[in-house]
Design a protein around this ligand. Sequence first.
Ligand SMILES: Cc1ncc(COP(=O)(O)O)c(C=O)c1O
Length: 306
Amino acid sequence: MREGIVYVDGKWSTPEHAKISVFDHGLLYGDGVFEGIRFYNGRVFKLDRHIDRMFESARLIGLTPSVTKEEFRDIILETCRRSGLTDGYLRPVFTRGEGDLGLDPRKAKRSSTVVICSTISLYGDKHRTGLTAIVAQVRRPPRVCLNPNVKSLNYLNNILAKSEANARGADEALMLDLEGNVAEMSADNLFVVKGRTVYTPQTSNCLVGITRETILELCEGRYPVRTEMFKLDFALQAEEVFLTGTGGEVAPVISVEGHPIGNGKPGPVTVELQQRYFDLVRSTGTPIPSGNGGSVSTKAAASSPA
Ligand SMILES: Cc1ncc(COP(=O)(O)O)c(C=O)c1O
């Protein structure tokens, strides 16, 4: 049995019983948006920032959520509360909703709102020992094809990259854009360190990662930062490489295509930023309410009938 609880349009169910229509355009076409949010020690990390990004993703694809930001915030916190978990992972999703078998998004009259609350563990002890990466053959699509800042349900490009990593026995895949600039990892942003300066690509070819933003904040006053495009060679010659993501947190990358990064061990800047990140996420965030949640469930149910 899976851990956790799932909210779908006004109703909470166990993960085994949660249902969504097979005519939902989220399933049929990847037509929708999502977030990945973690909570630690009973507090949701950067909840409002995630909600803002999700509504922005929805706006960029012309999807009108069936809930307001305030209702959604209440639903997320209530879902956490009902899960009984103090540490876990949230997967909120807005799909285009139930339509017909044609593409036309106008046929989907009402967006579906889903919040999955469970747990996730991606890299285990490799947070300490470091990850290996390959460079994926598949490239990130250019902005004119799909804006990387839309965190859409269509992750096939990323999954193909991850499959390449799996097939080649690596932990992760580094992805380039069409110009050969380093863009990001399959589901994480990427940083490199050279002479204590911390570099990360601009967000014109990668997701505006919230962990990325947090790392940039943690660098302030400690390390010089440069957000700029760079090629693969620049990353290979770096002293340190690390990835950031809500799911993956902060993890060292110790080799790329079999080429060791620095001395092939997690570097001091990565280790320090990782520690500061873990300290921050475990000590800040929006508290998950205790008690019965009162008006929250009533409001959510009223706005989205089960
Ligand atoms: C493609 C991609 N890049 C970067 C990230 C990291 O973003 P965040 O730190 O907001 O989780 C993700 C996270 O899901 C992602 O899917």
